[in-house]
Design a protein around this ligand. Structure first.
Ligand SMILES: N[C@@H](CCC(=O)N[C@@H](CS)C(=O)NCC(=O)O)C(=O)O
Length: 249
């Protein structure tokens, strides 16, 4: 049996949902509401002591890290293949998934955190917030929550993270000049990783991703959204949409 603990269909959770939907395998979905801090509940920490989603549980065995989960799924459910058979194309795929994990996703996450954290913390008293912070197992996550909720990040930090996003979109634009998909001729985990991060960027970062600045990426984005698996993943339940709280700019 496959079970996925995930948040709304965005970022790392969307990455694994896209892979599962592409494979067409059945799984039990456990929606973890990050806005309600459910990822730090003791019952969830027993599954993943890092207090993060997504988490795959396959026949009782826990697998963490979205990129690793997707490679695992591709090995266990080989059809349709999402890792190119050719060595060079597979290397290009991994360069994208590594770039997303090391640079693109952390930058997007820091910016997103700054913009949305007050929609969460405004509902809590300082004491309640301190109690929430104390439950976060990872030091760097505790710091991220604490700084964003208190003084916020500096304009220089925000600008540097935005530059990384622009750099990533630039890398995608360059790759799509050479082939229909990011790693080359075949749809792969590179497309899945990048789309999971860029899915909502045209609406929120129009200066970085638009028909004017990144026409090939936008055309790819439309092709991605037209895939039934992508539409199905994006249609998964979302506590954020349900709450429909505006982000602070
Ligand atoms: N490297 C991990 C990162 C996981 C991660 O940061 N997940 C976020 C959601 S996209 C999360 O659980 N955040 C809540 C928290 O850390 O409190 C992966 O790729 O799976």
């Amino acid at each position: 049996m496959l079970e996925l603990y995930h948040a709304e269909p965005a970022s790392n959770s969307l990455k694994v949902l896209l892979c599962l939907k592409e494979k067409g395998v059945d799984f039990v979905s456990h929606l973890i509401n990050i806005q309600a801090f459910e990822q730090h509940d003791p019952a969830f920490l027993e599954i993943n002591p890092d207090g993060q989603v997504p988490v795959l549980v396959h026949d009782g065995t826990v697998i963490t890290e979205s990129t690793v989960i997707n490679e695992y799924l591709d090995q266990v459910f080989p059809s349709p293949a999402l890792r190119p058979a050719a060595a060079l194309e597979c290397a290009r795929m991994r360069i994208f998934t590594k770039y997303v994990d090391e640079y693109f996703r952390p930058s997007l996450s820091q910016i997103g955190w700054q913009l949305m954290i007050h929609t969460i913390t405004d509902k809590l008293s300082p004491e309640e917030f301190a109690a929430r912070l104390a439950r976060i197992p990872r030091e760097e996550k505790r710091e991220k929550w604490r700084i964003a909720a208190a003084q916020g990040y500096t304009a220089e930090q925000m600008a540097a993270w935005r530059r990384t996003l622009a750099e990533g979109i630039g890398k995608m634009e360059a790759a799509l000049a050479k082939g229909p998909w990011l790693a080359g001729p075949h749809y792969s985990l590179a497309d899945i990783s990048c789309f999971a991060m860029a899915a909502h960027m045209p609406a929120r970062f129009g200066d970085i991703m638009s028909d004017t600045v990144s026409p090939r990426v936008m055309e790819w984005h439309r092709r991605m959204r037209a895939r039934p698996a992508v539409a199905a993943a994006l249609a998964m339940p979302s506590p954020l949409k349900a709450a429909a709280r505006p982000m602070r700019q």
